[in-house]
Unconditional design. Structure first.
Length: 104
């Protein structure tokens, strides 16, 4: 599993029937800021993920990849390699809160 920020969406009008109705998002993986250790920073990479939790652009989410991406009830028959499985409210490392969502 890893943390990522939703940075955009993907619209595809031509796709396999199993993917019709699935929301796809562009995400950038996040890591603890190496210099300050007090926040999250992007890795510069991007992935396309299927959304199973109703997230939106700008949110920090929890991602699974590989065979784990098909372990949810809604993805077990889908040809996917990356799935959004949670919306992150807070990340704490030791005594430090390194991320807190708005309103959390």
């Amino acid at each position: 599993m890893f943390l990522a920020k939703v940075t955009g969406s993907v619209i595809s009008t031509q796709k396999v029937d199993l993917m019709v109705g699935q929301k796809l998002f562009v995400v950038e993986p996040l890591r603890i800021n190496e210099q300050t250790k007090d926040g999250l920073s992007g890795t510069g990479r991007t992935f396309i993920c299927v959304d199973t939790v109703g997230c939106g652009e700008g949110e920090t989410v929890l991602i699974v990849q590989g065979s784990s991406a098909r372990f949810t009830e809604s993805t077990k028959k889908l040809p996917v390699d990356a799935t959004i499985i949670g919306i992150v409210d807070q990340v704490q490392v030791g005594p430090r809160t390194v991320f807190k969502a708005n309103g959390a």
